[in-house]
Design a protein around this ligand. Sequence first.
Ligand code: B12
Length: 216
Amino acid sequence: MLQEDNLLDMGYEALVQINENKVFEIAREWMDNEYDPAKLLSKLAEAMVEIGRKFDEKEYFLAQFILSSNIMENVTKMILEEIAGTELVPENKGTVIMSTVKNDIHDLGKKIAASMLRVEGFNVVDLGKDVPAERIVQIAVEHDADIIIASSMTTLSISGLSEIKELLENMKERNRAKLIVSGAPVTQEYADLIGADAYAKTAAEAVLATKRLMMR
Ligand code: B12
């Protein structure tokens, strides 16, 4: 097995075991070897999905979920600070507005996707969680954004995504942003139904969809 693959597996395990020191040790070694930071973040994102599953199935408590998401955030911060201004971050590739829709406070998947896009050289404006559609579209216009990525994690909040699409349609002449939708209850069928430009199942897919839409 490659050294790279070993480190990825160890990083995944260390995060699932909520071993902060080990996660940092592995991230340190990864960066010292000048491996692709996006790959490590993608693997750690997979670990967070597993931790979410463990929490959902009551194998982990909320405190453990919070602890692990803090580790994820801190290690991401370390990586982003380290690569800022180096040739590891490409030139600004475009502006992406991100948020979780109104009435939805789930934001971990979005934060991970935001970090992965930053590592890839996108200028990300993260509006946070529980954000009304009007605000998302208004900020996109103000920033002349290329892409809006919005997520919904509950069936109760999913209509927030179609609201964004409707607002975008209504102000076509002032706005050129394309819409990517994501989140647990969202599917490709739903994305097609509301006329979104793309659907992303994972944070890594959001990066690919963003790059693809930027080329159109
Ligand atoms: C953690 C969690 C919470 C935390 C959120 C903490 C936070 N800051 O995010 C807390 C405890 C606050 C919470 C609250 C609630 N939750 Co909750 N929560 C979860 C849980 C267990 C894990 C979600 C998570 O963050 N996982 C870790 C991340 C990394 O993994 P992920 O979410 O799967 O993300 C991957 C993809 O989905 C995708 N993705 C996700 N988000 C995004 C965003 C973008 C932009 C992109 C590109 C991709 C992407 O990419 C990731 C992989 O790369 C899920 C169940 C589950 N296993 O998914 C329920 C779940 C989402 N919650 C649920 C519910 C019902 C609620 C509550 C309504 C509960 C309640 N009765 O109060 C409230 C919501 C209140 C509100 N107004 O929003 C339901 C939703 C069901 C539904 N279909 O409607 C779920 C599915 C649990 C269940 N089995 O019923 N929750």
